[in-house]
Design a protein around this ligand. Structure first.
Ligand code: SAM
Length: 437
């Protein structure tokens, strides 16, 4: 039996519905308008429209609600609405809408052993075919955005509450481009408190209008309290990633003379299945021997140092460590995926050990020489590994990441790590003095 959680269902509080409905540009709603609430459950958005905006409600000719769950019923008060039991992503209709509202399901669909939203391989294949922006580990909410935009009439509006990850994660690149080219986008950051008690997901309100393309406005509207504040307006948005700005992010970006990607390539450590395979092949083992070195994990990675004294679970003969990764042959910077105490952990592994799990390796593009970072032949301002490990482990870089991506990320991905700005030691010390004083 499908559980409530598997259908991706949590309820949108009435106050949140009201705030979202108040974003509608009512001047764009024609006489005899059409409205749709997909993934409706008991259709709180249609109920809100009827209750708080009766004039608009009176103007509606077509009122549709849709849900995949055949047990879903609408409340009696919505007897003017037609309920459709269909899979929204595969729904074939000629109807187009002036208004599409709601709270789509969130989650990565896949087989039930690995993914939160279980779905058959066949259904997933059909979704991928129907949704042109589908990429990588796609999220249902993103597929709902594409489908909804396709169902809008010219000047039609979409208002969804969704996670903010589509703004910057790589797998939503095609979706961002599609949104940008299709109309005008307003994103309101509201954060993680509006579903309090039900889910800890941080969300934005997306208000999209199928009109002038390439317009983007980003608003700050924490908890949807008070008035939204404009943070950024772009008139030629082509779908590039959208992140938040603050005094601190601006200072970092203005002062940085180089990014991580200009100096290093970034590699993730071997994952557990690879280690387990080598264990079965017996060239990785669980008891140390004379010629072995330990395989380190994220628990060995502290702020600014490698905790070599902590025991390891796995070992490899020193001559075999490059069978795992060639770069295990030389000392290198290691960086955590996760945040501890609000900051990354980075350190210089001077013993050149092998690693596994949630740890990145930064491999200098100039062949790994110490203190010789060169950018097009220019010696770079005293950059050295010890400084970079302090820099990447600092609270200030932790704050930079937090202010740029807010609470939408739990770990830093490769792309985000490669984009981190690097400041000279002198500039960084100045910034630290200003911000940590
Ligand atoms: C209100 S939404 C999701 C709310 C919240 N964002 C979440 O992720 O839990 C949940 C509803 O979407 C419906 N639903 C899930 N997948 C669907 C699909 N492919 N097509 C239409 N409705 C779907 C479920 O039956 C459920 O009633």
């Amino acid at each position: 039996m499908t559980t409530i959680k598997e259908l991706g269902r949590f309820v949108t509080p009435e106050a949140v519905v009201y705030k979202m409905l108040s974003l509608i540009d009512f001047s764009l709603i024609p006489e005899k308008a059409s409205v749709l609430e997909p993934a409706c459950y008991d259709a709180p958005f249609l109920s809100g429209l009827q209750k708080y905006f009766p004039d608009t409600w009176g103007q509606l000719e077509t009122i549709n609600a849709l849900d995949i769950d055949p047990n879903v019923k609408l409340p009696y008060s919505l007897n003017k609405a037609k309920l459709i039991h269909e899979d929204f992503l595969l729904w074939n209709t000629n109807q187009r809408y002036d208004l599409i509202l709601g709270n789509p399901p969130y989650g990565i669909p896949g087989d039930s052993t690995h993914y939160p939203i279980p779905v058959s391989a066949d259904r997933k294949k059909q979704w991928k075919k129907a949704i042109s922006t589908w990429q990588g580990k796609y999220n249902l909410y993103a597929a709902f955005i594409e489908k909804a935009i396709k169902l809008l009439k010219p000047s039609g509006q979409l208002i969804f509450v969704v996670p903010g990850t589509f703004m910057f994660l790589d797998e939503f690149q095609l979706l961002r481009r599609f949104i940008a080219h299709s109309g005008t986008t307003n994103i309101y950051y509201v954060g993680k408190n509006i579903f309090r008690g039900q889910a800890s997901v941080s969300v934005v309100f997306l208000h999209f209008i199928k009109s002038t393309p390439n317009q983007l406005t980003l608003y700050d509207w924490q908890d949807a309290a008070g008035q939204p504040r404009i943070m950024q307006r772009i008139n030629d948005w082509n779908g590039s990633e959208v992140t938040f700005t603050s005094e601190l992010t601006k200072e970092f970006e203005n002062k940085s003379f180089v990014r991580v990607r200009d100096l290093f390539t970034v590699h993730i450590s071997p994952r557990t299945p690879e280690i387990k395979k080598a264990l079965a092949e017996k060239w990785i083992f669980t008891n140390p021997s004379d010629n072995s070195v330990p395989i380190l994990t994220s628990k060995h990675l502290k702020h600014g140092r490698v905790a070599y004294e902590i025991n390891s679970k796995y070992f490899v003969n020193i001559k075999d460590k490059t069978r795992l990764r060639k770069f295990f042959d030389f000392p290198r910077l290691v960086v955590s995926l996760g945040f501890h105490d609000g900051r990354l952990a980075a350190a210089y592994d001077h013993k050149a050990y092998p690693w596994m799990g949630d740890v990145y390796h930064l491999i200098p593009q100039n062949g790994g020489k110490r203190n010789l970072f060169s950018n097009n032949g220019n010696h770079l301002k005293n950059l050295h590994f010890e400084y970079l490990s302090t820099y990447l482990s600092s609270y200030l870089i932790g704050r930079y990441i937090n202010e740029k991506y807010r609470d939408f990320i739990y770990h830093i991905n490769k792309q985000q790590l490669m984009q981190l700005p690097i400041l000279s030691e002198a500039d960084f010390n100045k910034l630290r003095n200003n911000h940590e004083a």
